[in-house]
Design a protein around this ligand. Structure first.
Ligand SMILES: [Fe+2]
Ligand SMILES: [Fe+2]
Length: 191
């Protein structure tokens, strides 16, 4: 374990609940497993840093998040809730508190909730693992996880569909980036 990983672990142990910490480690394990089983050749360090930090600000208060975003000149829509803002704030924590400058890691944290059209493989694997990690027990996750071991792109499309369907079923705000992500990935064969 390197010094940066130790420092990040110290931070998340202080700032996350036990349940969220277990989810964080589970996202990391899931992403490493999918990386290996699909021969994706993503750097394991990048997976560890992105997954450990993706929910770093999950328990910050809404006003605190807005003030951090304002200070760092990061735009957000006024109706955004904690669910959408924590990805942006966690990205700022990665940059400011841990001096992470790698654009791929920064984007994996920033887009882990909404996704976006042209995601890198690191972004895709963090997005999918956040949904598929076994502790979350979401609808169809077991079934999609099985597929993901062998055919990651097929599982990614199924994950996007499940995730967007959930947002719609709850009548929540659907971010434009999520629609663009769906349109970009919908061509993948489901056979
Ligand atoms: Fe999150
Ligand atoms: Fe998460």
């Amino acid at each position: 374990m390197d010094a940066l990983q130790t420092k990040i672990e110290c931070y998340i142990k202080k700032n996350l609940t036990q349940k969220r910490l277990e989810h964080t480690y589970s996202v990391c394990d899931m992403a490493i497993l999918l990386n290996k089983s699909n021969n994706l050749n993503i750097s394991e360090k990048s997976i560890i840093y992105s997954s450990y930090l993706h929910d770093a600000s999950r328990y910050y208060k809404l006003e605190e998040m807005k003030s951090i975003l304002d200070k760092n000149n990061i735009a957000y829509k006024s109706h955004y809730n904690e669910g959408l803002l924590h990805a942006k704030v966690s990205m700022i924590i990665a940059k400011n508190d841990f001096c992470i400058e790698d654009a791929d890691i920064i984007n994996a944290i920033l887009y882990h909730t909404t996704g976006r059209a042209e995601m890198s493989m690191l972004e895709k694997i963090i997005y999918a693992s956040d949904y598929l990690e076994p502790l979350r027990k979401l609808d169809k996750a077991d079934e999609i996880r099985e597929i993901a071991i062998k055919d990651f792109n097929k599982a990614l499309l199924l994950t996007i569909i499940e995730s967007i369907s959930f947002v719609l079923s709850q009548k929540q705000y659907l971010d434009t980036d999520s629609i663009l992500m769906y349109n970009h990935n919908m061509g993948y064969s489901q056979n």
